[in-house]
Design a binder for this molecule. Structure first.
Ligand code: NAD
Length: 249
């Protein structure tokens, strides 16, 4: 298995892509700290992992808080003794508004979760990984880390920023046995999308990608698990898209 005996953290692991990543990490042999701001859904994911023979526990953390990210890493180390893998996945879409009309409070909220949250995560994960001699971080960006999402400026800005942050970390830690990569999912059928779009809108979005369908969380988790593992040993500071061809045309 890809992640045998590795200790891993996944943020936003109570739903959608994060849930699929936590479940696959556990299937691949990792001990997983399932973290989310939503205790109920996070605990459910832990129960799912345990009932199929995996190892996990839940730790509640709001990624927009530096202190919560610090405590999350401390909890992983207290329970399992080290930290090998982290996936900074928690993110929100924000409202659909023209940039010239974008709500300032909403802007700040998207920045605090999608950008500050990923930085805070990396900040404490890197410190611990350096202590225990290495590790691999995967930050969940989006195709909107490289192309626009009209009416979602805050989202596009934060996802581009996550790609940049990831490059910096890749460069800074390349000789410290710590790799850091970003993943850019195209449109994936998760609760995030379900709550924003009706059936017609889903069809229209699917049609924007050559594959003419939405992706699944599992398809993203497979890429994340590979990048998290030693199989991706020459990959760092890079941005990997899985989007059914969306950004190819
Ligand atoms: P989702 O809404 O299904 O799940 C997100 C999870 O994050 C939820 O469990 C939520 O409780 C948690 N969360 C929200 N704010 C949090 C916070 N401050 N601290 C901790 N947890 C928090 O979303 P998803 O579609 O699975 O998206 C996951 C990631 O993938 C996001 O970063 C998103 O931007 C990215 N992404 C999603 C898509 C897509 O099409 N669904 C495409 C590209 C990128």
């Amino acid at each position: 298995s890809l992640l045998k005996d590795k200790v891993a953290i996944v943020t936003g692991a109570g739903s959608g892509i994060g849930k699929a990543i936590a479940v696959l990490y556990a299937q691949e042999g990792a001990k997983v700290v399932v973290s989310d701001i939503n205790e109920t859904s996070g605990q459910q994911v832990v129960n799912e992992i345990k009932s199929s023979g995996g190892e996990a526990f839940f730790f509640k953390a709001d990624t927009s808080s530096a202190e919560d990210n610090k405590q999350l890493v401390a909890a992983a180390v207290a329970q399992y003794g080290r930290l090998d893998v982290a996936c900074n996945n928690a993110g929100i879409g924000g409202p659909a508004q023209l940039t010239g009309e974008y709500d300032i409070e909403a802007w700040n909220k998207v920045i605090s979760i999608n950008l500050n949250g990923v930085f805070y995560g990396c900040r404490y994960q890197l410190e611990q990984m350096e202590k225990n001699g290495g590790g691999s971080i995967v930050n969940i960006a989006s195709i909107h880390g490289t192309v626009a999402a009209p009416y979602s400026s805050a989202y596009t800005a934060t996802k581009h920023a996550v790609v940049g942050l990831t490059k910096n970390i890749g460069a800074e830690y390349a000789q410290k046995n710590i790799r850091c990569n970003a993943v850019g999912p195209g449109y994936i059928l998760t609760p995030l999308l379900e709550t924003h779009l009706d059936d017609a809108a889903k069809k229209a979005i699917a049609a924007k990608a050559p594959m003419n369908r939405l992706g699944t969380s599992k398809e993203i988790a497979e890429l994340v698990a590979f990048l998290s593992s030693d199989k991706a040993s020459f990959s760092t500071g890079a941005y990997y898209i899985a989007d059914g061809g969306y950004t190819a045309i």
